[in-house]
Design a protein around this ligand. Structure first.
Ligand code: NAD
Length: 246
Protein backbone atom coordinates (compact mmCIF):
# COMPACT_ATOMS: atom_id res chain seq x y z
CA UNK A 1 0.00 0.00 0.00
CA UNK A 2 2.77 2.43 -0.99
CA UNK A 3 0.26 4.95 -2.38
CA UNK A 4 -2.36 4.70 0.36
CA UNK A 5 -4.88 7.55 -0.11
CA UNK A 6 -2.58 9.47 -2.43
CA UNK A 7 -4.66 11.29 -5.04
CA UNK A 8 -3.30 10.25 -8.44
CA UNK A 9 -4.27 11.49 -11.92
CA UNK A 10 -3.40 9.21 -14.86
CA UNK A 11 -3.82 10.39 -18.46
CA UNK A 12 -4.44 7.78 -21.18
CA UNK A 13 -5.70 5.36 -18.54
CA UNK A 14 -8.29 3.49 -20.59
CA UNK A 15 -6.06 0.84 -22.16
CA UNK A 16 -2.51 -0.46 -22.57
CA UNK A 17 0.20 0.89 -20.28
CA UNK A 18 -2.12 3.52 -18.73
CA UNK A 19 -4.70 0.89 -17.81
CA UNK A 20 -1.97 -1.10 -16.02
CA UNK A 21 -0.79 2.05 -14.21
CA UNK A 22 -4.34 2.75 -12.94
CA UNK A 23 -4.68 -0.87 -11.72
CA UNK A 24 -1.29 -0.81 -9.99
CA UNK A 25 -2.00 2.55 -8.32
CA UNK A 26 -5.37 1.21 -7.10
CA UNK A 27 -3.71 -1.98 -5.81
CA UNK A 28 -1.27 0.25 -3.88
CA UNK A 29 -4.18 2.06 -2.18
CA UNK A 30 -4.41 5.26 -4.23
CA UNK A 31 -7.47 7.33 -5.11
CA UNK A 32 -7.22 7.38 -8.92
CA UNK A 33 -8.77 9.75 -11.43
CA UNK A 34 -7.94 8.52 -14.93
CA UNK A 35 -8.41 10.41 -18.18
CA UNK A 36 -9.32 9.06 -21.62
CA UNK A 37 -10.16 10.71 -24.90
CA UNK A 38 -13.86 9.72 -25.10
CA UNK A 39 -16.77 9.14 -22.72
CA UNK A 40 -17.46 5.64 -24.11
CA UNK A 41 -13.93 4.31 -23.54
CA UNK A 42 -13.71 5.99 -20.12
CA UNK A 43 -17.04 4.46 -19.03
CA UNK A 44 -15.95 1.02 -20.24
CA UNK A 45 -12.61 1.16 -18.38
CA UNK A 46 -14.30 2.56 -15.26
CA UNK A 47 -16.71 -0.38 -15.14
CA UNK A 48 -13.74 -2.72 -15.39
CA UNK A 49 -11.80 -1.04 -12.54
CA UNK A 50 -14.90 -0.79 -10.34
CA UNK A 51 -15.28 -4.58 -10.33
CA UNK A 52 -12.35 -4.63 -7.87
CA UNK A 53 -11.90 -1.09 -6.54
CA UNK A 54 -14.03 1.81 -5.25
CA UNK A 55 -11.49 4.64 -5.18
CA UNK A 56 -11.59 5.37 -8.89
CA UNK A 57 -13.26 7.76 -11.29
CA UNK A 58 -12.81 8.67 -14.94
CA UNK A 59 -12.85 11.95 -16.90
CA UNK A 60 -12.21 13.05 -20.47
CA UNK A 61 -10.85 16.61 -20.65
CA UNK A 62 -9.25 17.65 -23.93
CA UNK A 63 -5.53 17.30 -23.15
CA UNK A 64 -4.67 19.69 -25.98
CA UNK A 65 -6.82 22.46 -24.49
CA UNK A 66 -5.21 24.14 -21.45
CA UNK A 67 -8.55 25.50 -20.17
CA UNK A 68 -10.24 22.09 -20.31
CA UNK A 69 -7.38 20.40 -18.43
CA UNK A 70 -7.17 23.24 -15.87
CA UNK A 71 -10.89 23.01 -15.14
CA UNK A 72 -10.66 19.25 -14.55
CA UNK A 73 -7.54 19.51 -12.32
CA UNK A 74 -9.20 22.28 -10.29
CA UNK A 75 -12.32 20.12 -9.88
CA UNK A 76 -10.19 17.18 -8.66
CA UNK A 77 -8.21 19.36 -6.23
CA UNK A 78 -11.44 20.85 -4.89
CA UNK A 79 -13.08 17.43 -4.46
CA UNK A 80 -10.13 15.55 -2.88
CA UNK A 81 -8.25 18.46 -1.30
CA UNK A 82 -4.98 17.73 -3.13
CA UNK A 83 -3.29 16.07 -6.13
CA UNK A 84 -0.25 14.03 -5.12
CA UNK A 85 0.70 12.35 -8.38
CA UNK A 86 0.33 13.15 -12.07
CA UNK A 87 1.06 10.29 -14.48
CA UNK A 88 1.28 11.66 -18.03
CA UNK A 89 0.83 8.56 -20.12
CA UNK A 90 -1.43 9.45 -23.08
CA UNK A 91 0.37 9.35 -26.40
CA UNK A 92 0.17 8.28 -30.03
CA UNK A 93 2.74 6.47 -32.14
CA UNK A 94 3.65 7.29 -35.74
CA UNK A 95 5.51 5.57 -38.58
CA UNK A 96 4.98 7.99 -41.49
CA UNK A 97 7.87 8.28 -43.95
CA UNK A 98 9.46 11.76 -44.08
CA UNK A 99 8.46 11.89 -47.77
CA UNK A 100 4.78 11.56 -46.82
CA UNK A 101 4.81 14.07 -43.95
CA UNK A 102 3.13 17.42 -43.86
CA UNK A 103 3.10 20.07 -41.16
CA UNK A 104 -0.38 19.13 -40.04
CA UNK A 105 0.58 15.49 -39.41
CA UNK A 106 3.72 16.57 -37.51
CA UNK A 107 1.73 19.03 -35.35
CA UNK A 108 -0.94 16.44 -34.55
CA UNK A 109 1.60 14.07 -32.95
CA UNK A 110 3.38 16.92 -31.14
CA UNK A 111 0.08 18.32 -29.89
CA UNK A 112 -0.89 15.17 -28.01
CA UNK A 113 2.56 13.87 -27.04
CA UNK A 114 4.04 17.21 -25.94
CA UNK A 115 1.22 19.68 -25.23
CA UNK A 116 -0.80 16.76 -23.82
CA UNK A 117 2.01 16.37 -21.26
CA UNK A 118 2.71 20.07 -20.77
CA UNK A 119 -0.93 21.14 -20.20
CA UNK A 120 -1.60 18.71 -17.31
CA UNK A 121 1.72 19.73 -15.71
CA UNK A 122 0.82 23.42 -16.06
CA UNK A 123 -2.57 22.78 -14.45
CA UNK A 124 -1.33 20.63 -11.58
CA UNK A 125 1.81 22.42 -10.35
CA UNK A 126 0.01 25.30 -8.55
CA UNK A 127 -1.92 22.70 -6.53
CA UNK A 128 1.23 20.69 -5.78
CA UNK A 129 3.15 23.82 -4.76
CA UNK A 130 0.32 24.92 -2.45
CA UNK A 131 0.12 21.53 -0.74
CA UNK A 132 3.92 21.29 -0.30
CA UNK A 133 4.96 18.86 -3.03
CA UNK A 134 4.05 16.07 -5.42
CA UNK A 135 5.32 13.69 -8.07
CA UNK A 136 5.04 13.95 -11.85
CA UNK A 137 5.90 10.99 -14.08
CA UNK A 138 5.62 10.95 -17.88
CA UNK A 139 5.81 8.14 -20.42
CA UNK A 140 8.76 8.71 -22.72
CA UNK A 141 10.09 5.89 -24.93
CA UNK A 142 13.27 4.06 -25.86
CA UNK A 143 13.11 6.06 -29.12
CA UNK A 144 14.04 9.13 -27.05
CA UNK A 145 17.50 7.56 -26.88
CA UNK A 146 17.86 5.99 -30.32
CA UNK A 147 15.39 7.80 -32.59
CA UNK A 148 13.52 5.60 -35.08
CA UNK A 149 13.79 5.12 -38.85
CA UNK A 150 10.33 6.56 -39.73
CA UNK A 151 7.63 8.67 -38.08
CA UNK A 152 10.08 11.35 -36.96
CA UNK A 153 7.40 13.29 -35.03
CA UNK A 154 7.16 10.45 -32.50
CA UNK A 155 10.82 10.39 -31.34
CA UNK A 156 10.87 14.20 -31.57
CA UNK A 157 7.95 14.30 -29.15
CA UNK A 158 9.60 11.85 -26.76
CA UNK A 159 12.90 13.80 -26.77
CA UNK A 160 10.70 16.77 -25.80
CA UNK A 161 9.16 14.77 -22.94
CA UNK A 162 12.69 14.11 -21.65
CA UNK A 163 13.48 17.83 -21.98
CA UNK A 164 10.39 18.80 -20.03
CA UNK A 165 11.23 16.21 -17.38
CA UNK A 166 14.86 17.14 -16.81
CA UNK A 167 14.21 20.89 -16.94
CA UNK A 168 11.15 20.86 -14.68
CA UNK A 169 12.94 18.63 -12.17
CA UNK A 170 15.38 21.52 -11.78
CA UNK A 171 12.73 24.23 -11.72
CA UNK A 172 10.25 22.48 -9.43
CA UNK A 173 12.70 20.83 -7.02
CA UNK A 174 12.60 23.80 -4.62
CA UNK A 175 8.80 23.29 -4.41
CA UNK A 176 9.36 19.61 -3.45
CA UNK A 177 7.87 18.41 -6.73
CA UNK A 178 9.74 15.44 -8.21
CA UNK A 179 9.65 15.06 -11.99
CA UNK A 180 10.64 11.80 -13.69
CA UNK A 181 9.92 9.80 -16.85
CA UNK A 182 9.77 6.15 -17.76
CA UNK A 183 11.08 5.13 -21.20
CA UNK A 184 9.54 1.79 -22.22
CA UNK A 185 10.90 -0.38 -24.99
CA UNK A 186 8.65 -2.65 -27.03
CA UNK A 187 5.61 -3.20 -24.82
CA UNK A 188 2.72 -5.63 -25.24
CA UNK A 189 -0.22 -3.27 -25.87
CA UNK A 190 -2.91 -3.30 -28.61
CA UNK A 191 -0.39 -1.77 -31.00
CA UNK A 192 2.02 -4.71 -30.66
CA UNK A 193 -0.68 -7.40 -30.69
CA UNK A 194 -1.22 -6.64 -34.38
CA UNK A 195 2.40 -7.50 -35.26
CA UNK A 196 2.61 -11.06 -36.69
CA UNK A 197 4.58 -13.65 -34.70
CA UNK A 198 7.24 -14.04 -37.42
CA UNK A 199 7.99 -10.30 -37.16
CA UNK A 200 8.14 -10.42 -33.38
CA UNK A 201 10.81 -13.13 -33.18
CA UNK A 202 13.68 -11.01 -34.62
CA UNK A 203 12.66 -8.15 -32.29
CA UNK A 204 12.76 -10.46 -29.26
CA UNK A 205 16.20 -11.71 -30.30
CA UNK A 206 17.48 -8.11 -29.95
CA UNK A 207 16.25 -7.93 -26.36
CA UNK A 208 18.76 -9.41 -23.89
CA UNK A 209 15.91 -10.27 -21.49
CA UNK A 210 14.38 -12.27 -24.42
CA UNK A 211 10.83 -10.97 -24.08
CA UNK A 212 8.94 -7.78 -24.81
CA UNK A 213 7.76 -5.70 -21.86
CA UNK A 214 4.31 -6.11 -20.34
CA UNK A 215 2.24 -3.05 -19.35
CA UNK A 216 2.49 -4.33 -15.77
CA UNK A 217 6.31 -4.09 -15.91
CA UNK A 218 6.01 -0.40 -16.73
CA UNK A 219 3.28 0.15 -14.12
CA UNK A 220 5.58 -1.20 -11.37
CA UNK A 221 8.13 1.52 -12.15
CA UNK A 222 5.37 4.14 -12.11
CA UNK A 223 4.25 3.00 -8.64
CA UNK A 224 7.82 3.15 -7.35
CA UNK A 225 8.49 6.62 -8.78
CA UNK A 226 5.12 7.87 -7.47
CA UNK A 227 5.80 6.56 -3.97
CA UNK A 228 7.86 7.97 -1.12
CA UNK A 229 10.40 5.18 -1.79
CA UNK A 230 11.61 7.42 -4.62
CA UNK A 231 11.82 10.47 -2.36
CA UNK A 232 15.28 11.53 -3.63
CA UNK A 233 14.79 10.63 -7.31
CA UNK A 234 14.05 13.50 -9.68
CA UNK A 235 15.08 14.34 -13.25
CA UNK A 236 15.48 10.65 -14.08
CA UNK A 237 14.53 9.02 -17.41
CA UNK A 238 14.19 5.38 -16.45
CA UNK A 239 14.92 3.05 -19.39
CA UNK A 240 12.67 -0.03 -19.33
CA UNK A 241 13.52 -1.88 -22.52
CA UNK A 242 15.08 -5.15 -21.34
CA UNK A 243 18.48 -3.65 -22.31
CA UNK A 244 17.40 -3.69 -25.98
CA UNK A 245 19.99 -2.55 -28.49
CA UNK A 246 18.82 -1.15 -31.81
P1 NAD B 1 -2.41 2.71 -26.35
O1 NAD B 1 -2.70 3.18 -27.72
O2 NAD B 1 -2.84 1.35 -25.94
O3 NAD B 1 -2.96 3.76 -25.28
C1 NAD B 1 -2.85 5.14 -25.49
C2 NAD B 1 -3.63 5.89 -24.45
O4 NAD B 1 -3.56 7.27 -24.80
C3 NAD B 1 -5.08 5.50 -24.40
O5 NAD B 1 -5.51 5.35 -23.05
C4 NAD B 1 -5.83 6.69 -25.04
O6 NAD B 1 -7.04 7.00 -24.39
C5 NAD B 1 -4.85 7.83 -24.83
N1 NAD B 1 -5.00 8.76 -25.94
C6 NAD B 1 -4.73 8.55 -27.25
N2 NAD B 1 -5.08 9.63 -27.96
C7 NAD B 1 -5.60 10.53 -27.08
C8 NAD B 1 -6.13 11.83 -27.20
N3 NAD B 1 -6.21 12.45 -28.37
N4 NAD B 1 -6.55 12.46 -26.07
C9 NAD B 1 -6.44 11.87 -24.88
N5 NAD B 1 -5.95 10.64 -24.69
C10 NAD B 1 -5.54 9.98 -25.79
O7 NAD B 1 -0.84 2.87 -26.24
P2 NAD B 1 0.24 2.37 -25.17
O8 NAD B 1 1.15 1.47 -25.91
O9 NAD B 1 -0.39 1.93 -23.90
O10 NAD B 1 1.00 3.76 -24.95
C11 NAD B 1 0.96 4.51 -23.77
C12 NAD B 1 2.17 5.41 -23.72
O11 NAD B 1 3.35 4.61 -23.76
C13 NAD B 1 2.29 6.37 -24.90
O12 NAD B 1 2.76 7.62 -24.43
C14 NAD B 1 3.31 5.71 -25.80
O13 NAD B 1 3.98 6.64 -26.60
C15 NAD B 1 4.23 5.08 -24.77
N6 NAD B 1 5.05 3.97 -25.24
C16 NAD B 1 4.50 2.80 -25.70
C17 NAD B 1 5.34 1.77 -26.13
C18 NAD B 1 4.79 0.45 -26.65
O14 NAD B 1 5.58 -0.38 -27.18
N7 NAD B 1 3.51 0.16 -26.48
C19 NAD B 1 6.73 1.93 -26.08
C20 NAD B 1 7.25 3.13 -25.62
C21 NAD B 1 6.41 4.15 -25.17
Amino acid sequence: MRLKDKVCVVTGGTRGIGHAIVEKFLEEGAQVIFFGSRKETVDKALKDFQEKYDQVEGAYPNLMDPASVQAEMDRIAEKYGRIDVLANNAGVADDTSIYDYDGEKFSKILDLNVKGVFNPILAVVPHMKKQGGGAIISTSSMVSKYGQPAGVAYPTSKFAVNGLTISLARELGPDHIRVNAVAPGVTNTDMMKQVPKEMMEPIIQKIPLRRIGEPEDIAKAYAFLASDEASYISGEILQMDGAMLV
